[in-house]
Design a protein around this ligand. Sequence first.
Ligand code: ACM
Length: 540
Amino acid sequence: MKTLMTLTLTGLLGTAVAAPLPLIPLPLKVDPGEGAFQFSAETVIRYEADYVSEAKLLAEDLTKLTGTRPKLVVAGLKFSAPSEIYLGSSHNDELSASGYELKVRPDDLVIRGKDAAGVYYGTRTLLQLLPAGKLAGISARIPAVTISDGPRFGWRGMMLDVGRHFQTVADVKRLIDWMAFHKLNVFHWHLTEDQGWRIEIKKYPKLTEVGSFRAASPPYGNRKGQDGVRYGGFYTQAEIKDVVAFAAERHITIVPEIEMPGHAAAAIAAYPELGNSDVAGYAPQVMTSWGVHPYTFAPKEETFHFLEDVLGEVCELFPSQFIHIGGDEAPKTQWKQSPGAQEVMQREGLKSEEELQSYFVRRIGKFLASKNRRLIGWDEIQEGGLPQTATMMVWRDVKWGKHALALGNDIVMATNSHLYFDHYQYPAAQELAKGKEYEAIGGLLPLEKVYAYDPAFVAENPAQAKQVLGTQAQLWTEYIQDMKKVEYMAFPRIAAFAEVAWTPPDLKNYENFRLRLEGVMEHYDAGKVNYPKPVPLTKP
Ligand code: ACM
């Protein structure tokens, strides 16, 4: 790697030298070799039986590249081909879980993974070494190289909010595919919001009949306005299963989020008896404006039965170890006013509404534990005392992360300072000059700032560092109406984020990343991704 880094820096100084291999995230070790492997439409994929799924996915990708489906040959079968890509197991103790080795030599190309995820990541690296889009000639030369690689963090996530704006199954899959290209492995699917409930729950049909539609939305350029257009959508359970399977093949776990006790207006509009119906002016509706709304679930037994039923169905659909229960921005106004909520506080000896939220979270956590699942929630879940087994997703001030680590809880760093991809990538004035559809929620998060992030900086010792499970980028969609805009906000920051999540900080270098990004952007272009191309770095 040193060699590549040196070449790159020389490159910036203006000398004509070879560019680094266009790999993002940067692998742990890259040793260039002599010569090249000749790849063509006749190249076959030979695989050990455990990796048939990875072999098939690679075959699909290569078919898109060459227009010809490569032959798949199981290891041990006699078959003669001009060249072979081999997918197999590695017993190298130096490789971490999800790690792989990729050896490209003139005579062969071998990917060996520590596990199936490792084999898959090896194939993703291979795709980045191949030309983007359609192969112009009949073959491509892949320069000889030995790569040894593995991830820094086990949680490399991206969250998509489909509550504010719904995305189709096809578009969700497209995002998942691009996540896989960047070796991300957790898709956090934010499925319920004040402005829409997006998952079919068989026992409670009104959640989607009523809760998945709102009467209006604020249009771009008029955030306090209402367009008067009915808006909605939801995923059937069959669609969810399909997406879960699609992600699993790509070694991506889907963590579903069901928001509670706040951001629940759509559910409460569908079943008003679940809210604090004993407060003055109670009139729940699926919200038509953004922001934080007062409607919270009432902390009563009927609500817990309902949520357990919902989560029961959610656990059937999602094999994920973690189930996200939201917990953010739950105003305590209704609980303060509600005689019912106050009675629960008295009965349980709770001194504040924050403690009432922790009571709520603890009960749900127990239910999830009974299903062998782990609860994860936004950092507000610790304000009234953090349940011991809860994992916390840190989005606000890092003091919440430090606090959770000191208590011994696991965390995922998803901070709004560096990882909120709904913030502007370029200054607001510059973006808005292009049109009102370029509006973002606010903030300014340039590519370089994402790249500079280190999720483990909150840890004060090696034990705490282990409690940092990983990191996650957020796509909140108040100002992201469709997939084109999702892409515009997510790319190329997803590339910087992938390197934050995968590559050890001592190997990271922004200028080197930008050179590699040039090659990766060719894949974005071939995939017709809608993204703002960063201006090339100027030579010093
Ligand atoms: C959040 O941004 N409300 C988690």
